[in-house]
Design a protein around this ligand. Structure first.
Ligand SMILES: [Zn+2]
Length: 367
């Protein structure tokens, strides 16, 4: 059923098309052609226009009578460097030539969806109503999924293909995340002549940092300051300091509480020192937690079983389009694609994993 040569060929074609975030046009046009060839109704939404990109989300609809509606989605954009990707096949593994990423994140997911559609057509399989979404600008804040008007489509279950790990791994929990700058504004003064007239922003920040929660806050929650920048010269009392901060939690409530506590501590400490605190931290995406007996999980587990692939449900530390769909009320899981060492020049994917993923998808629609 699943044709290894065909899926590999399609995957190699796609990784050779550069598609950095907001610049997915060529990839979008390639996919529009394929979806039309396979008999889907094709639409492009205005996510590109809304987000200042050159391509919207590409949507394909495969109609069916009287069955549930399934969403299959993978993102078109990749991280850089991706301008010239030369894939190499060695011992059943596809990798780049070492000068770029491979782009298996997320063209591995796209390849599996296309192969599933080809099998449906070739074997004339009975199937649920299928909505395929190839999203734009996932890597820079899930912009395509956020802009996608999913409520138009009455979807029952979502299957997002965008996780590293072996096919069979099902992400059923992912954190909400907040990110941004904590800014402390002190007062400059000559450090040698009149330091008492200044307020050192770094000193204020340091006091606050000793009081906030950083690192692993609890089993579901983390927080980090990753970049610190401030100051101009040793002879000036540091006037401002910017701390790039992020926090994540599987519990939206815990994240809110942590953020409030962090901001309150910075505000209070700044006030003590006569400094100011500006908070530019925003919640980037909401988290989701699916119960293990949710129907969408059962569908995938049973599909894996029929395909002879072991499945397991796990929790993720990162966000994906899956977060957005769950938050918009569609029970959705994120399925592992087999992509490995993503976002690095050593990225690779095993051909057998691409094939396994396509097999799982075919079983999902047969179920
Ligand atoms: Zn991805």
């Amino acid at each position: 059923m699943v044709n290894e040569n065909r899926i590999v060929e399609n995957f190699l074609d796609m990784v050779k098309i550069p598609s950095p975030s907001k610049n997915e046009r060529k990839m979008g046009d390639y996919l529009i052609e394929i979806l039309k060839e396979l008999g889907l109704e094709v639409e492009e939404d205005n996510a590109g226009i809304k987000n200042g990109g050159n391509c919207g989300n590409i949507i394909g609809i495969l109609k069916s009578q009287g069955r549930k509606k399934y969403l299959f989605s993978a993102h078109m954009d990749t991280v850089v460097p991706c301008e010239k990707i030369t894939p190499i096949i060695e011992n059943g593994i596809i990798k780049s030539d070492g000068t770029s990423i491979l782009g298996g994140d997320d063209k591995g997911g796209i390849a599996a969806i296309i192969e599933m559609l080809r099998v449906i057509k070739e074997k004339n399989l009975d199937h649920p109503e299928i909505v395929v979404v190839f999203s734009m600008a996932e890597e820079i804040g899930l912009l395509g999924a956020k802009a996608f008007e999913v409520e138009k489509y009455n979807i029952d279950f979502g299957f997002i293909l965008d996780s590293s790990g072996k096919p069979g791994k099902i992400i059923t929990k992912a954190p909400s995340a907040a990110r941004g700058v904590l800014k402390v504004i002190g007062k400059p003064a000559h450090a040698g002549i009149s330091p008492e007239n200044g307020i050192n922003a770094l000193t204020v920040a340091a006091h606050a940092i000793t009081k906030i929660k950083l690192g692993r806050v609890d089993s579901e929650t983390t927080s980090n300051i990753g970049v610190v920048s401030g100051g101009q010269a040793t002879n000036i009392v540091m006037p401002t300091v910017e701390l790039q901060y992020e926090a994540r939690s599987l519990s939206n409530e815990k994240l809110e509480n942590l953020l409030k506590e962090t901001f309150d501590i910075f505000s209070n400490v700044a006030e003590e020192f006569g400094a100011k605190f500006e908070n530019e931290v925003n919640v980037e995406y909401p988290g989701f937690v699916l119960d293990d007996n949710e129907e969408v999980i059962t569908i995938v587990k049973e599909a894996c079983e029929r395909a002879g692939i072991t499945s397991e449900t796990v929790s993720s530390g990162g966000g994906s389009d899956t977060n957005i769909y769950n938050n918009k009320g569609i029970p959705a899981v994120n399925l592992a694609v087999g992509m490995t060492k993503v976002h690095t020049l050593e990225e690779y994917i095993e051909i057998s994993d691409l094939v396994k993923l396509a097999k799982i998808l075919v079983e999902i629609i047969k179920g």
